[in-house]
Design a protein around this ligand. Structure first.
Ligand code: UDP
Length: 406
């Protein structure tokens, strides 16, 4: 098992001491994370890495997943898309079903001293708060800069019952009467998904999928979600391919709380079937080493999202020193300064142009990758994330003192 001290060579010993000192201040406080899926997507990814480290810091921390069903996830996917600004219609009956499932879950939970609720799916658990009065924080991982108004109005009723709301990027902050905190997500540099890999493991992965590493490989790894624009990626690849040789890898799986995945994947496959240089790979959960190898062995990594909460896949690729071309949306511009630590694009045509330019200027591409890696080291590793959370939790208990001394 990884020890928190193993992170010292990457982030410095002082950072590790600091985490232990902060954690000591939270002795005796139980911390409970609640979300809606144990696997798939960025939230599960972060929680699965963070929980063992919080425990090693001596914290009484746990992670619970709400139980839903197909109908519930169909509604919450509408909330997800609606927060991202996509037009959606939610009926009265669907809102009621959403609340009913939240109430059923609330009955089963034993809430801790700090209840840290992730994203809209479990948001209405807060209704239970009145009877038990704990510290509740809502963590929004979604790009909520231009939300669908009806969805936002519905969720706002619940958000405002929390003590604080956490957003991933400044652009997502909303006009709310509660405290708002900016905390960006992070990656774990020592996880199977991000640790260093021997070259032969990378080669073996590419061979297994029949991808030729002697030719350029452009890769996007994402859930099959239309907001990740996989069809736009295929169009950009086709445009670029008119003048340069390359292969395209679109790899991803689903999340248990995302019912749209299979349909999008079928559309992608139908497009890809016409071209033997496009590889559509369905990744089951626990494909971390494959994802690591695919990112490491690619010439360019794409994340052509149309909306994005943060985009952990961008951090993952930058950490591996890869040149990344990504949509200038959501939390991605926090990670990429255009032409310094990667490339930000706004269109299919722009993406195609930049693919060609980076393939023909490998030194420039390598510089983007190495700048990107340092940016991730300084800002988006898990130790910084834990520190921000501990400070937030402490502030819940000492908020009066903060007001008093300021
Ligand atoms: N991921 C994965 N398997 C997949 C697709 C994605 O493990 O098939 C991971 C990916 O490596 C990243 C996370 O899931 O760690 C996705 O996070 P991101 O913020 O990029 O997007 P989200 O899915 O949360 O919208």
């Amino acid at each position: 098992m990884l020890r928190i001290e193993d992170y010292a060579p990457i982030v410095g010993q002082a950072t590790i001491y600091e985490l232990f000192r902060l954690a000591r201040q939270l002795e005796g406080k139980a911390i409970q994370n609640i979300n809606s899926t144990a696997v798939g997507g960025g939230v599960a990814e972060i929680l699965s890495r963070m929980m063992p480290l919080l425990k090693q810091l001596g914290l009484n921390a746990r992670w619970d997943v709400i139980k839903g069903n197909e109908k519930f996830y169909a509604v919450t996917k509408k909330f997800h898309n609606g927060l991202h600004g996509v037009p959606v219609e939610v009926s009265r009956e669907e809102y009621d079903w959403f609340l009913e499932i939240n109430r059923q879950n609330a009955e089963e939970f034993d809430f801790a001293d700090i209840v840290f609720v992730h994203d809209p799916q479990p948001i209405a658990l807060i209704e239970k708060r009145a009877s038990i009065g704990r510290n509740w924080v809502w963590r929004c991982h979604i790009d909520s800069s231009q939300p669908n108004k009806a969805i936002w109005r519905f969720l706002e009723r619940y958000i405002t019952m929390y003590d604080a709301a956490v957003f991933s990027a400044p652009a997502f902050e909303a006009r709310l009467p509660i405290r708002q905190v900016l905390i960006s997500p992070s990656i774990d540099p020592l996880s199977d998904k991000n640790k260093d890999l021997p070259e032969d493991v990378v080669n073996a992965t590419f061979e297994r999928y029949g991808i030729d590493r002697s030719r350029p490989v452009v890769t996007q790894i994402s859930r099959f979600d239309f907001l990740k624009d996989p069809l736009g990626v295929i169009k950009a690849y086709k445009m670029a391919k008119r003048s340069m040789d390359m292969q395209l890898v679109l790899a991803g799986g689903g999340a248990t709380d995302d019912p749209e995945g299979p349909m999008i994947m079928e559309q992608v496959k139908a497009e890809a079937d016409k071209d033997k240089d496009i590889f559509v790979l369905f990744l089951p959960p626990s494909s971390d080493l494959e994802i690591n190898a695919l990112q490491r062995g690619s010439t360019i990594v794409l994340q052509k999202s149309l909306r994005e909460g943060f985009g952990l896949t961008v951090s993952e690729a930058l950490w591996k020193g890869k040149p990344v071309i990504a949509g200038a949306v959501g939390g991605i511009p926090l990670q990429i300064r255009h032409q310094y630590s990667g490339i930000l694009t706004h269109s299919i045509e722009g993406t195609a142009q930049w693919i060609k330019r980076l393939l023909s200027e490998p030194e420039f591409a390598a510089k983007l990758g190495s700048n990107g890696r340092e940016h991730i080291r300084n800002n988006f590793l898990i130790t910084r994330h834990i520190k921000d959370y501990l400070l937030l939790f402490l502030s819940l208990f000492y908020a009066d003192d903060i007001v008093h001394f300021s």
